[in-house]
Design a protein around this ligand. Structure first.
Ligand code: SF4
Ligand code: SF4
Length: 445
């Protein structure tokens, strides 16, 4: 099987660092949107007293997620803040009372069937914890369960620096297998593959030991090639199946779930404590002591780094996530989100992009793209505004992994032009659809 992707430095400095629990900060800022889909509706108001695990945001609509208080205290404000993507998001600001009083209603869910299981997953507030933020109850709520041939557990963790999934496997491996058991019982799943890169020796040992007691769990050890954890890449490398353009993993009989997400679901089934904290990696060239920490959701990054040992120098760039796909933070006043699996602090040398020079038509961006896209031509057609050509170049399937930009000797900003090309195509298709609808007299018939 041909491997797709690139070899990059792993920098897994914290793989052997069990997470350290941080103390409760004075305030947390909890956004009502930490997931793909609609913003949750706040259920509390200024001045309310809330307890740990209490629901403070209700999922609104099918694609949304419940949100819970990570600390006990008083709701200081409900205010709109600008998220990293520039959108305005309502946030609940809670001032701690220092008591960390648990909410009285937190009891393990009673689950008897598939519908009850999906309801429990929804109430836990869990979303894809690998960074995707897709509501887990939607992903697992498959209508026709007979379509699931294989559940792929994404344990690749292929981005440099990040080791939070590694720690889940090492420290909470039994929860991963309890969730497998739950999926056997309530989803009828009969084949599981744990896809894991070969640079995680201890995690592989733990997973293999636990899998030895089963006859339907395969631990698939994969080369450490980025982006091994990309959903379609992982499906191909573990099963040889190719998800069709515009299709879903289920079209090839597969669902893919992040390993930490599954461990959390199993833990929730036993405790009833919803998603209120995150294990995340704190690393990067500006950090004094790289480590893994457990932080309450909503903790501000400035508080997090202070408790995590501080910085060696003023960071030039701070990222949610790893250096390949991470999102740059506008300031240190941003909170830890449900999807935050790492915060990387970069010094000037690490952060500054190399000088861009003209394209030399070497083709490296094409040969190193996991999907063999042509980012060089995508950039050209984007600049020309040629939507038809963008469609032909399949810009819509770009997963923004950054392999092309990483490998480009001219340091072209290829991911950025891919992103802009995707938006251009999406907008053009939406306008075309609207025009067609108007031509039909606005009828849906
Ligand atoms: S074109 Fe998209 S999918 Fe291909 S390497 Fe570049 S960012 Fe990744
Ligand atoms: S890798 Fe860079 S220099 Fe080479 S063809 Fe692609 S854009 Fe041009």
């Amino acid at each position: 099987m041909k491997l797709h992707g690139i070899r990059i430095p792993h920098k897994k400095n914290t793989a052997d660092c069990p997470p350290v629990r941080l103390s409760v900060p004075e305030t947390v800022v909890i956004p009502m949107s930490m997931h793909i889909g609609k913003t949750a509706m706040t259920t509390v108001k200024k001045g309310d007293h809330v307890k740990v695990g209490q629901r403070i945001g209700d999922a609104s609509g099918f694609f949304s997620s419940d949100i819970h208080a990570s600390i006990s205290g008083t709701v200081q404000a409900i205010e709109e803040r600008t998220g990293c993507n520039g959108s305005r998001i309502p946030c609940v600001v809670i001032a701690s009372d220092g008591l960390q009083e648990p909410f009285g209603g937190l009891t393990p869910p009673v689950v008897k069937d598939f519908d009850g299981f999906i309801r429990a997953v929804k109430e836990s507030g869990v979303v894809g914890l690998g960074g995707a933020g897709f509501p887990s109850f939607v992903k697992l709520g498959v209508k026709d369960l007979s379509r699931i041939e294989t559940v792929i557990i994404n344990a690749a963790e292929c981005e440099p620096y990040i080791t939070s999934d590694t720690r889940t496997m090492v420290d909470k491996g039994e929860y991963v297998f309890r969730c497998i058991d739950i999926m056997r019982r309530f989803m009828g799943a009969r084949h599981f593959i744990i896809g894991i890169e070969n640079n995680k020796r201890e995690a592989i040992r733990v997973m293999q030991k636990l899998a030895a007691d089963t006859d339907d769990v395969e631990v698939c050890v994969l080369p450490s090639v980025y982006p091994q954890g990309g959903e379609k890449v992982l499906i191909y490398h573990t099963t040889g199946r190719v998800v069709p353009r515009g299709g879903l993993p289920l079209d090839v009989g597969v669902i893919v779930a992040n390993v930490t997400t599954l461990a959390f679901i199993a833990e929730y089934m036993e405790t009833g404590v919803p998603l209120i904290q995150k294990c995340l990696t704190v690393d990067g060239s500006a950090v004094k002591e790289p480590k893994n920490v457990i932080a309450p959701i909503g903790m501000l990054i400035e508080d997090l780094i202070e408790q995590a040992g501080g910085l060696k120098c003023e960071p030039k760039k701070v990222l949610y996530g790893g250096p390949m796909m991470g999102i740059s933070l506008p300031s240190m006043h941003e909170p830890v989100l449900k999807t935050t699996n790492a915060v990387i602090f970069m010094d000037e040398k690490e952060a500054l992009p190399p000088k861009t020079t003209p394209c030399i038509s070497c083709g490296a961006c094409i040969s190193h793209c996991p999907f063999r896209l042509n980012p060089r031509d995508i950039a050209k057609t984007y600049r020309l505004g040629d939507v038809k050509a963008l469609k032909e170049l399949c810009v819509d399937i770009c997963m923004e992994c950054g392999c092309c930009a990483y490998i480009c000797p001219a340091h072209r900003p290829l991911v950025q032009t891919n992103k802009l090309g995707k938006i251009m195509l999406k907008e053009a298709l939406a306008a075309e659809k609207k025009k067609k609808k108007a031509g039909n007299g606005g009828s849906n018939a």
